[in-house]
Design a protein around this ligand. Structure first.
Ligand SMILES: Nc1nc2c(ncn2[C@@H]2O[C@H](COP(=O)(O)OP(=O)(O)OP(=O)(O)O)[C@@H](O)[C@H]2O)c(=O)[nH]1
Ligand SMILES: [Mg+2]
Length: 600
């Protein structure tokens, strides 16, 4: 807002302040009137925040207030009428006194706002409501879905008018300009997500929540007396690849957390490194790694059994309710407010705890970062080929991946026109790297063909291959945006780890196939917000409140799933639903008050 001189504007500004303060603070006392009430303090903080913004936008308003106060004082003393066309005081001394009191109050609030603005600690008192954050993210998602829908429909139309050059050109123009519109809206929405202290709050809240969880995991893994501790034993050597095995350990760790047991990881003879986990990562405990105990049993055992052996998730009987995609109830309000994909964040916290490199692994990563020239901004591309293609997932050309990368950089160029288009490219097929370099010479590709070579099926379960996959997952997780197939656990792990580097990186990806999922997860549901009458035979009929089990997003405005009310399978418009976050009862962890973080 630019300040426009003139008395009427100044009075208007001053009255605006009075109104703000009046609405925020002088509301009739009610159940919120207790000073210890968190809602009241939140309202107070909001008022300060709003005044702070006004103050920073235009310091002149202070002058206006002072001028106005003088005018009112003189009015009070000599009874003269203010010559402003917007204020009618009727020379009533009581009204004037009340007005004066409000003005002085407003001035005090402005001073308070000064203090807030000058605080350089990065600490924000502002806390958005859960509904505000959910709605803001729903709008972000809605814009994205609308563009995917429009884009797909226009491409279909383009095919129908193939013979008509003029119509085709017009469609191309709409596609180009429509994308530009979308980018500007997305840019503004990103800005909106950081305004008025929201960005600072988000950073702080993410750090607080992460510290809380990391502390709990540390305490769980370091019981006071290991010989008496309840334990859950997990064998790393599940018969699958690295990504799958790491997710297996996360599952074990979540069950350990859900049963308040220390996780004991057995990893000798690991197919990737016979010396085991500790050869590359730090142990999961500083003090408790022995699987010994007085009583042993297989899952589920009883509460009293000291040592429990856990099978793989695929054969687990008596599945506990807290398996992914569930998040713990005691953190759910804060987590769903903070993050667009709470389940991925939750899994990411276990990975953050587990994947702490040993010094030699850290050296290897540091050296690689230097020799490869890893630098931001950078997009991470993971191209899964070899044994996966044609068996578990479809083939996707490098051009398809790069189309999404190009789109990312086009958006970035709106604000950074000279940006270097850098890509970290990981694959289990070395030819992908050479093909990309040849086809996209305007890009700087960072990636190691030797790493990709060791990932070939014949050499996959070797020490060298292990270093390669550790490095690829690490660097992919450090990128600003991922383009990959979520059917691969390699990319899903990178996405999960990425969540621990940002307050909310839930939207920092583009998957060419699946939506985010966790192997062996409980049902992933969405709730219908608006009614839908099918327009085609393969569409679902929906009424608000229906629960739909989502199978996948087609990235064209539609998702596929099952309406649990009608048991019907089919397509439904993605914009008419919202996520159902699976909230489960986990045991209560007594947190040290100092580590609890604000807002707990
Ligand atoms: N270095 C490297 N290795 C890879 C890459 N992609 C796949 N691999 C290797 O291939 C293995 C793939 O097995 P998983 O980790 O189970 O992942 P996935 O097969 O893609 O996914 P699922 O079939 O769902 O388990 C990895 O663990 C690596 O050993 C890559 O980009 N870089
Ligand atoms: Mg696999």
């Amino acid at each position: 807002m630019r300040w426009v001189g003139g008395w009427a504007w100044r009075v208007g500004g001053a009255l605006g302040i009075i109104w703000l303060v009046g609405v925020a603070l002088l509301a009739p006392p009610g159940p919120l009137s207790s000073t210890s009430d968190p809602h009241l303090s939140e309202r107070l903080h909001r008022a300060v925040q709003e005044l702070d913004v006004l103050k920073r936008q235009n310091d002149d308003i202070r002058q206006a207030l002072q001028d106005f106060t003088q005018q009112v004082k003189s009015l009070n003393s000599d009874g003269a009428e203010v010559a402003a066309n917007t204020v009618k005081t009727n020379s009533n001394p009581a009204v004037v006194a009340e007005l004066q009191r409000k003005l002085e109050h407003a001035q005090r609030m402005l001073q308070q706002a000064d203090v807030t603005a000058e605080r350089k600690s990065g600490f924000s008192d502002f806390t958005p409501s859960l509904e505000f954050e959910l709605t803001r993210r729903q709008v972000e998602k809605g814009v994205q879905e609308m563009w995917w829908y429009t884009c797909d429909q226009l491409h279909q139309l383009r095919k129908k008018v193939e013979m008509h050059t003029e119509a085709k050109e017009h469609i191309d123009q709409i596609l180009e300009e429509g994308l530009d519109h979308t980018r500007v809206i997305q840019y503004d929405m990103t800005k909106l997500s950081k305004l008025d202290g929201l960005g600072t709050w988000r950073e702080q809240e993410a750090a607080d929540l992460s510290n809380l969880v990391q502390r709990r995991l540390h305490d769980l893994q370091n019981p006071p007396d290991c010989s008496k501790a309840k334990k859950l034993v997990c064998n790393l050597n599940k018969g699958c690849g690295y990504g799958c095995q790491i997710h297996h350990v996360v599952y074990c760790f979540i069950v350990a957390y859900g049963t308040k047991r220390t996780l004991i990881l057995k990893s000798r003879g690991w197919r990737y490194n016979k010396n085991g986990w500790e050869d590359v990562f730090r142990p999961l405990s500083d003090s408790c790694i022995s699987p010994n105990g007085n009583t042993h049993s297989h899952w589920p055992g009883t509460n009293d059994t000291q040592v429990l052996d856990l099978p793989i998730i695929d054969t687990l009987s008596q599945r506990p309710p807290f398996l992914p995609l569930a998040i713990p109830k005691d953190l759910s309000d804060r987590l769903t407010r903070l993050h667009g994909d709470p389940a991925a964040w939750w899994v990411g916290q276990f990975l953050k705890y587990m994947l702490k490199p040993q010094p030699k692994t850290q050296d290897m990563l540091d050296n690689l970062a230097e020799t490869l020239g890893f630098q931001k901004p950078i997009v991470g591309v993971h191209v899964r080929r070899t044994d996966k293609v044609g068996t578990e997932a479809a083939f996707h050309s490098i051009d398809e991946y790069m189309g999404h990368v190009e789109s990312y950089f086009t958006t970035l160029k709106m604000t950074q026109p000279d940006v270097v288009k850098r890509v970290y490219l990981a694959s289990d097929d070395p030819t992908v790297i050479t093909e990309a370099q040849k086809k996209f010479p305007d890009y700087t590709f960072i990636g190691d063909s030797n790493i990709a070579r060791t990932a070939a099926v014949a050499t996959r379960y070797t020490d060298a291959s292990l270093k390669g996959i550790i490095a690829d997952v690490h660097f992919l997780s450090l990128t600003d945006h991922l383009v990959c197939t979520f059917s691969s656990q390699v990319c899903r792990i990178a996405y999960e780890i990425m969540q621990s580097f940002h307050p909310d990186a839930s939207g920092f990806f583009r998957s060419l196939d699946d939506i985010y999922y966790y192997g062996g997860q409980n049902a992933h549901n969405q709730r219908v917000r608006f009614p839908h009458t099918p327009r085609r035979s393969d569409e679902l009929s929906l009424i608000p409140g229906d629960i739909v089990g989502i199978a996948g997003n087609h990235w064209d405005g539609y998702s596929k799933g099952m309406n649990r009310r009608t048991r019907q399978n089919g397509l439904y418009p993605s914009y008419k639903v919202e996520e159902v976050v699976d909230i489960a009862d986990f045991p209560i962890y007594a947190d040290n008050q100092n580590q609890k973080g604000r807002g707990a």
